[in-house]
Design a protein around this ligand. Sequence first.
Ligand code: ZN
Length: 691
Amino acid sequence: MLAGALVGLPASLPAAASAPGTAASAPDAPSTASVAGAPAAAALPTEDRTPGLRYVEDVVYAVDLAGAAVHVTHTITLTNEVPNRVTDAYVERTYWPEIGVPVLVGATGLSARSDGRVLSVRTGDSNGYVVAAVIDLVPDLYFGDTQTVTLTYDLPQQPPRSGAAAQVNTAFATFPVFTSADPGLASVTVTLPRGVGVEVVGSPLQITETPDAIVLSGSALPDDFFATIVARDDDALVSRDLTFGDALVRVQAWPGDDVWLDFASDLLDRGLPALETAIGIDWPVDGRLDVVETVSPYVYGYAGWYDPSSRLIEVGDALDAHVMLHEVAHAWFNQGLFEGRWINEALAEEFAALAMVDLGMERPVPDGAPGPGQPLNEWGNPTLDAPETDEREAHGYAASWWVARTLVEEIGPEAMADVVQAAAAQRSPYAAATSDDRLRRVADWRTFLDLLQEVGGSADAEQVFRDLVVAPGEVPLLDERAAAREAYARLVAAGGGWAPPAFVRGPMADWDFAAATAAMPAAAEGFERRDAVLDLLGDAGELGLPVQEDVEAAASPGELADLLDRVEAAAEALVAADAAVGGANPLARLGMLVVDAETDLAAARAALRDGAYESAADAARGAEVRVGTATVVGGGLVAAVLLLVLVLVALVLRRRRGRGVPPPPVAWQGTPPPPPAAWQGTPPTTWRPGA
Ligand SMILES: [Zn+2]
């Protein structure tokens, strides 16, 4: 997050020294010097800032955190090196009646001495950042004279949000360190209490530790010397803990700045869940997150920052909800989620704005379309001292937010959250419905663009990327991609709900468009063969999700061709079996009462549907064989039935004959009965039963 222009560049400082005066007098007359001008407040030149005046300076900054002040002492030794000009008529003498020393606005207790004598000090011109402490030199400094002046003052605590360059409180101090001396003639010493955290931003200083203090020092300083000191005693911060389920956020404020502590605590309490909801990913920080009030980032030109490795947000004293939520959003949006600074900045800024809407605040919007500037893909980490840094940073933040804002306007916050979730899961933008394809790499701008289009459904993303994201050298790649995506779209249409095989989707996701395009004809042929199989199957069967999965997972054209060979073989066997069963003759139908071909056929259909191609073919062939068997069995059945009928008939006939036969004879015993009385004729001599 950028705060604004980098503060305190040396060029913005007024001149150290007063302009000299000149006095003209007759050669033999006493000097009647007069001040030729007030101390000037001009920009510091890069060469000698005080021509004619040798300016030696030693500045000591004693940081007194407990006293919430920095005590400053300048020891300045001045020598007038401008010889008197002697002409026929007069002597022109250049002299310094006073000297202006730039001190930070807000300095108190200005006091100057020379040789044990108190000199008068007044404040002169100011540029709002520094003010000239104008010291009256006594006596005035004439050619050849040397005078040593000591200027002391304090940099006291300023109210938070006062914008003062020097911020000092019992937990924190920051102030710029600079000198007005001639190049190579300055030294600087900063003393701090031991145990305090120290950072030097800008020109380097040597750090040593004594038993009593931490000492930063530099000598023979170059004319462009400028450093900012940041000192902190975090133990002295006032903290408040916020809990969110298992998560803990510790808000740490400057002592006495309850306004900020309340602001930050309340905002985080409501804003963290709002961000979590908007992004759709659980709070990603493992362990405690610290949110610390500090103007350290301001020293670098930023409003705040987030360090994922130390789970630390440092944010300025401003009561800026967007900045605060932006930094918290970096808990999600950092190099672990997207590679490419601009993507994380863009999404942190936009999701912070979306969370603000959820909190009932006014939604911040970008100032307007960004002007021309560096492509976002070239927006790397800033080089702090580089002259173009300010402009690049400003453009980078503005343009990246503009991209995110424009796309959220188009696809909506939920779709953007889908894109973010897909990136977090490292899902392939060209995933198939049947697979869980992962890229297994952090998404970069390419994958982000793919996801915006494939997951987010954005139609505008490519043009937005062309306008603001890609470098000129990357444009041909986008052209190549556009052509490949057109061909890919035709392939998707041919797929009729089946995604192209992996051997096409993989190179598409890898932006290897040459490989993807080269593989597309094989994929198209695969879909044609599949369609032919479906035509062949008609009502005989179907290709289910497992077959789709196999086709979509094919890793090479050869694998797809082999797969389709197996599918075709199974389908052909199934169709043949289906025809055989459907076209069975009456005898076979009769046989199928005993020999079950339909079960085999159903098994074959199910196996093909489930992608068990060999089982399907086997079952189909089995069904066909059983139809043949059934014919034989059917014939056998008919024969068996006929035989049974014959047997039954025979039995019936035999039973009918059996009814005319007399009962079995009873063994004769005794005398035969007498013949019937009406018997006439000759009686039989023998009676034979059954005769
Ligand atoms: Zn940021």
